[in-house]
Design a protein around this ligand. Structure first.
Ligand code: AMP
Ligand code: MG
Length: 396
């Protein structure tokens, strides 16, 4: 049985980022930049007013001074090319270009308007209320580096530079196959002995959250049907994720069918709980194949530990490593915890304010506790944790 870190290393070494494509900004959210982006211009691109008021020379705008306001209003949008002559003021609005000769903008609240003149009530400093060209960004400056996630604010920054599209790695196509005679889609009635298919929407949304495009198919426990579904999925995807049927029960056909289709099993079974029967294989055309245990909690934990990192790496996340951030988070146990088994155990936990407690029943089918959890707590084989001790966790 393979150690968990070694398993992840062997999967990640088969994984490299997808091809670079250019996507419009509005479709770039949460994608990862494939190349650094450099500012093409200064921002702001010209000196402009941060207030509604009057463009003046600061030295002339002493308290009590009366300045005639010249004709023409400098509003945002069009630079009228006005020039401020000594002793005058020009009406100006927020975002408008500063007229030549002006070195400050006095807020309209700080003057009294009398006919065509203003009388200064509060003085103004040199440069006050002027947003200078390049004061935020200078041409040539790095705006965002390769590997950074495109947040709404970074997308806004690129738009402010007139950049309409960004280079990202194409989203991997992941196809999920659920297996089992007992499974019924939500929305249909259950017959005795049946249960609802919770893995399909859970894994599909997990795949989307990790950054891939996800499709789903279902196969009953029949080798011919599984073969057909698998052939289609292998042909159309970068990753195929099969849930259930990967063990050695009489009704577990996944390994047999994968073999028939030429998928080389790189390993089966990992030293981790839940999730021992996890399988990783590669099809001759390069498609990566993952077999997850069918129990929903086991499926989710193995997806988080072994599949999500692959998707993030395929999207271009270069920080992804074999540790997947385990241990970068820790919490002080609020209760005693014990792993009596001989494999590392990932318990479902709730980590809040640096303290961690377990979230309900810890069995592999118990999806309620998983739904309340925000982290996995890692306990080594045989480890006992007393209240107040620190335990490594992993956000989920
Ligand atoms: P298997 O790995 O196929 O032996 O399934 C292990 C357990 O997980 C069984 O109790 C199955 O009924 C359950 N299971 C398998 N697939 C799903 C699914 N898609 N949704 C909910 N439970 C499942
Ligand atoms: Mg099954």
């Amino acid at each position: 049985m393979l150690e968990e870190t070694e398993a992840r290393r062997r999967i990640l070494e088969r994984t490299s980022p997808g091809s670079v494509i250019w996507v419009p900004l509005e479709l770039a959210l949460d994608q990862i930049l494939a190349q650094q982006i450099v500012a093409v211009m200064d921002s702001p691109p010209f000196d402009n007013s941060s207030m509604d008021g009057y463009a003046v020379r600061a030295a002339e705008a002493m308290v009590g001074a009366r300045l005639p306001v010249v004709e023409g209003i400098q509003a945002a949008g069009v630079d009228l090319g006005l020039e401020l002559k000594p002793g005058e003021a020009i009406r100006i609005f927020t975002g408008a270009a500063i007229p030549k000769g002006a070195d400050a903008v006095i807020m309209q609240e700080d003057v009294d308007r009398e006919g065509d003149s203003i009388i200064i009530r509060e003085g103004v400093e040199l440069g006050e209320n002027i947003r200078v060209r390049g004061g935020d960004v200078c041409a040539g400056q790095i705006l965002s580096r390769r590997g950074e996630v495109l947040t709404p604010a970074r997308i806004g920054l690129l738009a402010s530079q007139g950049i309409p599209e960004v280079p990202v790695h194409s989203k991997p196509l992941a196809h999920i196959i659920t297996t089992g005679d007992e499974l019924v889609e939500p929305g249909s009635p259950l017959l005795p002995g049946e249960i609802y298919n919770s893995n399909a929407p859970m894994l599909q949304t997990a795949v989307i959250r990790a950054g891939a495009v996800g499709g789903v198919s279902h196969a009953v426990d029949d080798p011919a049907e599984l073969r057909e579904v698998l052939v289609n999925a292998l042909a159309a995807s970068d990753l195929v994720i099969i849930a259930g049927g990967v063990s050695v029960g009489e009704r577990d056909f996944v390994q047999e069918v994968l073999n028939e289709l030429g998928v080389v099993t790189e390993f089966w079974r990992v030293k981790v709980k839940p999730g021992k029967p996890f399988l990783f294989g590669v099809h001759p055309d390069g498609t990566l194949v993952f077999g997850l245990p069918g129990n929903p909690v086991s499926a989710y934990v193995t997806f988080s530990l072994f599949v999500a990192p692959v998707i993030r790496r395929l999207r271009g996340d270069e920080t992804e490593s074999t540790s997947v951030g385990i241990g970068s988070l820790s919490g002080l146990a609020e209760e005693s915890m014990h792993n009596a088994g001989d494999r590392p155990h990932y318990l479902r936990g709730i980590c809040e304010n640096g303290r961690v407690r377990l979230s309900g029943t810890q069995q592999s089918h118990a999806i309620f506790g998983l739904s309340r959890a925000n982290c996995l707590v890692r306990l080594e084989a045989g480890q006992e944790v007393a209240p107040g001790e620190s335990v490594p966790c992993h956000w989920i």
